[in-house]
Design a protein around this ligand. Structure first.
Ligand SMILES: NC(=O)c1ccc[n+]([C@@H]2O[C@H](COP(=O)([O-])OP(=O)(O)OC[C@H]3O[C@@H](n4cnc5c(N)ncnc54)[C@H](OP(=O)(O)O)[C@@H]3O)[C@@H](O)[C@H]2O)c1
Length: 271
């Protein structure tokens, strides 16, 4: 139903870079007709040109949704091109980090339905998770449409309020980078223990990828999965004694890292 509304009334995609392309690929694969999509982007990629969508050909009069996927610093230039669609039934859906709903209301009209979303980069392989929150004019049907669109690139969760967005940004938005860094440091530690670099990296990638998948698929929670692989007095326990250290271990370190990201997100939102 939700995607039928998009197919029928059309979708405008403002900015088709990494995130915009990942979503567009998901929608087209899911059966959205290319003729229903109008993309605005100053430098369309070869991939985009091959999709058959409308490129820099204006926008329909009353599209179901205008999805905003430009960098926050380009917002001031980009939003005025959408203002004609404001204060109507067209739903504005933004994936831009750090741009508040009030900013969109100011640029697009306070009566516009606006939904703010925070995706993450595993969206590129359909394994993202996106949190969404709408303003007072976003109806249940609008939220369901956003949910259906973003489900093309992974899971979707709904927030109780925009105030949760800084914490979400710090956890799942920025989180993939923390995990990439874990892979890097795990591989370096393996090298320090005598492994060749390429072997250490292959082991680290597969360990993080496999454990992540297991944590998502298993019925047990991650704490139990950890306990299951920790024999008393064994090798895993020796490492966990280091990692769970109160002052220097993972809990304190990750807490500080996530707090730094959330604080930065609040600062950016306040200009
Ligand atoms: N990538 C992520 O993991 C991630 C995660 C969460 C949220 N986001 C959000 O997603 C948004 C897009 O990020 P991205 O990584 O996809 O960035 P990106 O690859 O730089 O894509 C942005 C695209 O918008 C185009 N653009 C610039 N000015 C424009 C204008 N006035 N009108 C139309 N298009 C314009 C850019 O063209 P040029 O390259 O020619 O300037 C580029 O193709 C950002 O707001 C970011 O905060 C991204």
């Amino acid at each position: 139903m939700s995607m039928e509304r998009v197919a029928q009334d059309g979708l405008v995609l403002l900015g088709c870079g990494k995130m915009g392309s990942a979503m567009l690929a998901g929608w087209l694969k899911g059966g959205l007709p290319a003729s229903s999509v109008w993309v605005l982007d100053p430098n369309p990629s070869d991939w985009l040109r091959g999709t058959g969508v409308h490129i820099n050909a204006g926008v329909p009069d009353a599209p179901a949704v205008a999805l905003i996927a430009v960098k926050p610093q380009m917002m001031g230039d980009a939003l005025p091109t959408m203002a004609a669609l404001g204060n109507s039934k067209t739903v504005f859906l933004s994936v831009a980090a750090g741009t508040a709903i009030t900013t969109f209301e100011g640029a697009l009209g306070a009566q516009s339905p606006i939904i703010r979303a925070m995706p993450n980069t595993p969206a590129a392989i359909g394994r993202g998770i996106t949190a969404i929150v709408g303003n007072a004019h976003a109806t249940d049907a609008d939220m369901n449409m956003a949910d259906a669109l973003l489900s093309a690139v992974g899971q979707v969760v709904r927030l109780e309020g925009e105030g949760q967005m800084d914490a979400v940004t710090a956890l799942s938005g920025s989180g993939p980078a923390y995990v990439f860094h874990l892979i890097e440091t795990l591989a370096q530690a393996g090298e320090a223990e005598g492994l060749p670099a390429d072997l250490a990296l292959a082991l680290a990638k597969a360990t993080v990828g496999g454990a992540g998948q297991l944590a998502e698929d298993a019925d047990e929670d991650p704490s139990q999965l950890r306990i299951n692989v920790t024999s008393p007095g064994g090798t895993t326990q020796a490492a966990l004694e280091v990692l769970t250290n109160d002052t220097e271990g993972f809990p304190a370190l990750i807490r500080r890292a996530v707090k730094a990201a959330a604080d930065r997100s609040r600062e950016l939102a306040n200009g």
